[in-house]
Design a protein around this ligand. Sequence first.
Ligand SMILES: NC(=O)c1ccc[n+]([C@@H]2O[C@H](COP(=O)([O-])OP(=O)(O)OC[C@H]3O[C@@H](n4cnc5c(N)ncnc54)[C@H](OP(=O)(O)O)[C@@H]3O)[C@@H](O)[C@H]2O)c1
Length: 255
Amino acid sequence: MTTLTFIGNGNMAKALIQGLIKDYNIEVLGRNKTSLDSLQKELPSIKTALLKDTNDISNKNIILCVKPNSLDDLSPKLSGKASSIYSVLAGTTLETLEEKISSNSYIRTMPNLSASYLKSMTTITGDEALKESALSIFGNIGNTLWVKSQKELDIATAVAGSGPAYLAMIAESLADGGVNAGLTRADATKLVQGLFEGFSPLLNNNTPASIKDGVMSPGGTTAAGYSAMERCGVRNGMIEAIRCAYEKAKELGKK
Ligand SMILES: NC(=O)c1ccc[n+]([C@@H]2O[C@H](COP(=O)([O-])OP(=O)(O)OC[C@H]3O[C@@H](n4cnc5c(N)ncnc54)[C@H](OP(=O)(O)O)[C@@H]3O)[C@@H](O)[C@H]2O)c1
């Protein structure tokens, strides 16, 4: 079995390890003994070790799972040339990775919060030679999309990386609408949870336009609600959200 070496053992690392443990040997390098010990206890088949002042990463396949602003502190502690680097660091470009960590090849990914339920929508770019292995590794925590450029990855970050926050606003406001009309908060929340669960298979099998047409009858309740959404600019609000998030991703990438 191939060995994958995680650096960092936070939320994203844990989600990935849980998805990968059946197919790979996993070793984890971290800086906090207590959290490493508890991860080791939870998943006895993995190997854990504390990061030292110098850590030889020669020929290893590294999954980089620290915070983006930790890279400057971490990189001087890594010696040797890795076989591959798979980074989940938001906003950290392939060029920055190449500058900071020595490796034969590099992959940049953007998972999302649903990774903790192994339902991430992960966008991936980087060295074509690693495309298949990257899709296979990150396929263990949900859906994957390979894109050819970091520009597309930044746009995908705006859509799917930030997306859970936008959907959370829709979910919260739908429940607020229910409460405003007279439902209890508990009932409104339950309705919205069920709505989102049932929406996923609908969206996987139909276009958004055909879902809308399927619900909307002439002069009916959906048509009244839908035209209120258009009047209030919901569609344009979403398009602007993606545009602004993409602009921000570009700006952060330059820093
Ligand atoms: N969570 C998400 O939904 C999500 C989505 C997309 C991308 N990402 C990316 O995933 C990465 C990790 O996020 P996360 O949510 O897993 O964060 P997290 O739970 O805070 O985990 C970060 C890990 O990095 C370690 N670390 C931090 N600074 C370090 C340093 N200087 N040297 C060595 N280790 C260091 C932390 O150790 P300590 O425990 O000692 O602090 C911790 O194990 C980030 O780059 C983020 O951009 C996350």
